[in-house]
Write a protein of this length. Structure first.
Length: 289
């Protein structure tokens, strides 16, 4: 029978004895790292990539050359595959990028040969190019439709003070009214006017001269707020009221909101003498389901 005790037999030779401090030193500084320590240190080591790189982007598989991923050095892909960062692999050994891969093929096609996506995918590919910080692709996409037209449209909307705030107000008012009335839709009045000064049949032929001859005190007589829910204007640009209406409907539709509108008249507020407001009033119908 073998008996195991809780104490080890101490050798009588003092040279063979090990002090407690020596034991602690050996425990704190092992000659070789443990498996756990090696696993933790692995991501910090430089990573080597093959010339042909298999990729898994959000569950979609791609294969490309390493040089393609490094085509433009200031991009996220070039940084990821520079060897300075650790990239995990899936069960099949593909390098994994945790991103929707739907438009990653368009990204690769540009990096390979400068090809641009078809028009219907331009906006989506632009979003991916922003994520991967591919400046040359962003520049190319911004110079074609529909992004080129969007830049022109945004330049016009830059003249509109509080444009985005007014859009939010339209949505909020329509939501509250629909909820209060338990209705499928809600209606609200919107004023869209381009000119600051009122126009009447009497002053139309001489509008420009009358407009600039008015003193500051006289101008204040024409200042008022139409009795509407939201008011857009004035602005100075060639684009007219219908152009701004198109922008409003487009931006609401892009947010998934169904909107119809029609002109229901003008503001008939009397200002002074024979001057009336005459700003156009539109009825907006927001349908929620």
């Amino acid at each position: 029978m073998v008996v195991v005790t809780g104490q080890n037999k101490v050798s009588g030779n003092p040279d063979d004895a090990m002090s407690s401090s020596d034991a602690e030193d050996d425990f704190q500084e092992p000659a070789t790292p443990t498996a756990t320590q090696a696993g933790q240190a692995l991501p910090l080591l430089p990573q080597q990539f093959p010339e042909v790189v298999p990729l898994n982007v959000g569950g979609m598989y791609f294969t490309t050359r390493l040089s393609t991923l490094r085509r433009y050095e200031d991009t996220m892909l070039a940084a990821m595959f520079s060897g300075r960062h650790y990239i995990p692999r899936d069960a099949e050994g593909r390098y994994f990028i945790d991103r929707d891969g739907t438009y990653f093929g368009d990204i690769l096609n540009f990096l390979r040969s400068g090809d641009l996506p078809p028009r219907e995918r331009v906006r989506s590919v632009y979003k991916e190019a922003q994520y991967y910080s591919i400046g040359p692709l962003l520049d190319n996409l911004e110079d074609i439709q529909p992004l080129k037209g969007e830049k022109v449209r945004q330049a016009f909307l830059g003249l509109m003070p509080y444009y985005k705030d007014h859009l939010e107000r339209i949505i909020e008012i329509a939501k509250l009214r629909a909820m209060q009335r338990k209705a499928r839709f809600a209606k609200l009045k919107v004023c869209v006017f381009k000119e600051e000064m009122p126009i009447t049949p009497y002053e139309c032929p001489h509008f420009n001269s009358l407009r600039f001859e008015r003193s500051e005190s006289e101008t204040k007589l024409f200042e008022h707020h139409c009795e509407v829910d939201v008011s857009f204007g004035p602005w100075e640009a060639v684009a007219d009221v219908y152009d701004l209406l198109n922008c409003i409907v487009t931006d609401l539709s892009d947010r998934g909101i169904t909107v119809d509108h029609q002109c229901i008249g003008v503001c008939d507020k009397h200002l002074i003498n024979h001057y009336y407001c005459k700003r156009p009033i539109y009825e907006f119908k927001i349908t929620w389901w």
